[in-house]
Design a binder for this molecule. Structure first.
Ligand SMILES: NC(=O)c1ccc[n+]([C@@H]2O[C@H](COP(=O)([O-])OP(=O)(O)OC[C@H]3O[C@@H](n4cnc5c(N)ncnc54)[C@H](OP(=O)(O)O)[C@@H]3O)[C@@H](O)[C@H]2O)c1
Length: 354
């Protein structure tokens, strides 16, 4: 049996769902992958809990669902202990980093990821902040330390945007990437076009059903999609892109009449993410775009996201996900954990370690 001790920072929507899935799949992980995961440290905004023998996922989920901090974990809780100290004292060999995305300084995720990679831990994260701000540095630190840094949940949750690009398109030149990477804007534009709702009505509905944040500007103004494009450009297209390299337009100015007229003509207006090959680099943009009805992204329903890769030798490849809720992103975190541990084994085999 392969044992993995991991530390987890952030036990919010994704972290909790990840722990639930990990428990639900305990038997599958053991039988199919010979894997046993032990949560040895966990931190939230108010404290941490540490236990070398392993913390109970069920107990942590119960604490968080009851509105308490993990610091309330009997005997193992440490009120006020920060993520950094919890990580340093954890003895874990993997970090699962799921704290909030911060695009100003990337913390607390950035420092935790750097520390983990420099101290022989593999890292799995869905946190966009550190990747948008410091992708090249983090990838370099991971390589220098022989560690794995996986983040497939950071670019459109469970949709395998990064994995298709890095694994399945090996040897191909990506001529163009197109995507719909933001559920909030897709929900709003689809409700407006299909049902004639105003922008304000569609936004309120998206907030009421939990898809849009109370402050939705990151989504509505296109920045969330742009962040994902920056991560994709760095990790798949080999372009050391920054947010300033992306031309960004949000959906605030999209008119209901235009959405309805496009629909009547068999087209659809979507918040399109696009990277177009130009010389040795790519032109990056995010903006509302009218797509012809035969385009794979024109047919997306309100809960869907998708990516389309146009390549030189592998044709055009599209993937679509129905992403209602947090399960697919939490599932992507589990996918990254399993892939990390499989990679460890491949490395050991290559080195001739039994
Ligand atoms: N939600 C999605 O659908 C989705 C999809 C893709 C990627 N992501 C990314 O995944 C990450 C987690 O998302 P989420 O929806 O689970 O976020 P969330 O619900 O806001 O949870 C964030 C967690 O981080 C904890 N936290 C905040 N500040 C901290 C600090 N200084 N030290 C340690 N822990 C801290 C919070 O503690 P408390 O519990 O004490 O508040 C909470 O447990 C984010 O980076 C997000 O951008 C989310």
């Amino acid at each position: 049996m392969r044992e993995c001790s991991f530390a987890m920072i952030g036990v919010g929507n994704i972290g909790r769902r990840f722990l639930e899935i990990m428990s639900e799949k305990e038997q599958t992980l053991a039988e199919r992958f010979g894997l046993r995961l032990h949560l040895v440290a966990v931190a939230d905004s108010a404290g941490a809990a540490l236990c070398e023998a392993g913390l109970s996922a069920e107990r942590i989920i119960a604490l968080k669902k009851g509105g308490a901090s993990v610091a309330g974990y009997p005997d193992c809780g440490r009120r006020g202990m920060g993520a950094a100290e919890a990580l340093e004292r954890s003895g874990a060999d993997m970090l699962v980093e799921l704290s909030p995305t911060n695009l100003q300084h990337g913390e607390p995720g950035l420092a935790s990821i750097v520390w983990a990679l420099e101290h022989r831990m593999d890292v799995v994260t869905a946190n966009k902040g550190p990747l948008v701000l410091e992708y090249q540095r983090l990838a370099h630190i991971a390589v220098q330390n022989g560690r794995s840094l996986l983040f497939s949940g950071a670019v459109a949750g469970g949709l395998p945007t990064v994995n298709i690009g890095r694994r399945d398109l090996v040897g191909a030149h990506v001529q163009r990437v197109e995507g719909v990477f933001n559920t909030t804007t897709n929900y709003i534009l689809t409700r407006m076009a299909d049902d004639g709702l105003s922008f304000g009505e569609a936004l309120s509905e998206a907030q009421a059903c939990g898809v849009a944040e109370a402050n939705p500007s990151l989504d509505i103004d296109g920045w969330d999609a742009a962040n994902k494009l920056v991560i994709l450009a760095n990790s798949v297209l080999g372009m050391p892109a920054r947010l300033g390299d992306v031309t960004v337009h949000g959906i605030r100015d999209v008119q209901l009449e235009d959405l309805i007229r496009a629909k009547q003509q068999g087209n659809a207006i979507k918040l399109l993410v696009s990277a177009v090959s130009e010389g040795s680099s790519y032109r990056l943009s995010v903006g509302p775009t009218e797509l012809p009805g035969h385009h794979p992204l024109a047919r997306l329903t309100r809960w869907q996201m998708a990516v389309v890769y146009h390549t030189d030798i592998m044709g055009t490849i599209a993937a679509i996900i129905d992403d209602e809720g947090t399960t697919a992103t939490a599932g992507a975190v589990l996918r990254d954990v399993i892939n990390t541990l499989n990679r460890r084994d491949e490395t050991r085999v290559k080195r001739g370690v039994a």
